[in-house]
Design a protein around this ligand. Structure first.
Ligand SMILES: C[S@@+](CC[C@H](N)C(=O)[O-])C[C@H]1O[C@@H](n2cnc3c(N)ncnc32)[C@H](O)[C@@H]1O
Length: 345
């Protein structure tokens, strides 16, 4: 069963030269040539020698709250919900990891898995420092493609954040680090499956983890039991991990990785197939909103067969194939009968 796909219906941008390695931002609908020029010229272009980017042309797409997202041709998916990229960062990642309450602490540690445009990092820092400007934050971001954060610091994308946050996003995109009195941040460019191993060895313990890969069928390698197990080893005893995914395969992988799971409830006015907006994991179930009976039963269906990547090095195709075979051999209830029982269309 496919779910929680962020694919949008807009037409994906074309790339004239797929091997182009400089991030280039185009602005459809920007009629004033002087603005368009300043946008393109103002984009700090850095030749990056990290792994070849998956996309080189990033076309900002407006979302409903006025902030922008990108669409990845490589993953055939949008980076954010069409309801609002900025809003999603606050609602699904910052609120759910209790950062407003935790901001009163002297020090907080954050792990942003799939940093992308840096929106989850930005929303977290904005929230924490609005409450406690002195709070010392230590942050690691994991991101495959250095051109994404670079393209995201061009106006108008970056303008949705205040000046202080803009400076952080710029430093992260251009130098992959940001060190100011209240912040020590590092952006690790490359496959998160490799970087997470170093983070585990370093003993880093995050108070909040933002877990934001493309959806499981597009990027299964970051939703496996094996990868999540390493991510969970970076979670502090009272920390929380938040993701937009409510997929049963993801939830069961989180449980197998050692977490209790809770739901992110839907907005009040929702359709029957929108039963949750995501999942939160923690070691102590008492700090979580319990799954509804419908969601609990979902975990007893074939949709709950998790993705596996024993060596943390398999391709997406291999992981999908393995998953399909395990589902086919499963004796669990079919997900379609669960859907019929709960009237989910
Ligand atoms: C849904 S987007 C993340 C959006 C981001 N959190 C934000 O707020 O803008 C997924 C990101 O995962 C990155 N990605 C894909 N595969 C990856 C991998 N193996 N390791 C690390 N990052 C990866 C993509 O380049 C993309 O930026």
């Amino acid at each position: 069963m496919f779910e929680c796909d962020r694919s949008l219906t807009f037409t994906a941008p074309h790339r004239d030269d797929p091997s182009h390695c400089i991030p280039f931002v185009t602005y459809p609908g920007l009629d004033d040539p002087s603005i368009a020029n300043s946008v393109v010229i103002g984009l700090p272009i850095v030749i990056d020698h990290s792994p070849l980017p998956t996309d080189a042309v990033w076309t900002p797409q407006p979302t409903d709250d006025g902030s922008f997202t990108f669409f990845s041709e490589a993953f055939s998916e949008s980076f954010h919900s069409r309801q609002g990229a900025r809003a999603e960062a606050f609602l699904k990642f910052v609120q759910t990891t209790d950062l407003s309450q935790k901001a009163h602490r002297d020090r907080l540690r954050l792990l942003d898995v799939c940093y992308g445009l840096g929106y989850n990092t930005a929303a977290a820092l904005e929230t924490i420092w609005a409450i406690n400007p002195q709070c010392q934050v230590e942050l690691y971001g994991l991101e495959l493609d250095a051109t994404v954060p670079q393209a995201a610091i061009a106006p108008p994308l970056i303008c949705v954040w205040d000046q202080r946050i803009q400076a952080v996003l710029q430093a992260m995109a251009l130098t992959h680090q940001c060190t100011t009195p209240p912040l020590s941040a590092t952006l690790c460019i490359g496959d998160a499956r490799q970087h997470i191993q170093s983070l585990v060895q370093s003993g880093f313990q995050a108070d909040a983890i933002f877990f934001d890969p493309f959806s499981p069928r597009r990027c299964p390698q970051l939703w496996t039991v094996e990868f999540l197990t390493l991510v969970v080893r970076c979670l502090a005893p009272d920390g929380k991990l938040a993701t937009y995914s409510r997929a049963a395969s993801v939830r069961s992988a989180m449980q197998l990785a050692g977490l209790s799971i809770g739901t992110i409830p839907p907005l009040t006015d929702h359709l029957s197939h929108e039963w949750a907006q995501g999942t939160v994991g923690a070691f102590d179930a008492r700090s979580l909103l319990p799954l509804s009976p419908m969601e609990q039963e979902h975990l007893q269906t074939r949709a709950a067969v998790p993705y596996r990547d024993p060596t943390l090095g398999d391709s997406a195709a291999t992981i999908l194939e393995r998953h399909q075979q395990e589902q086919a051999g499963s004796t669990l209830e079919s997900t379609s009968s669960w859907r019929r029982r709960w009237n989910i269309h």
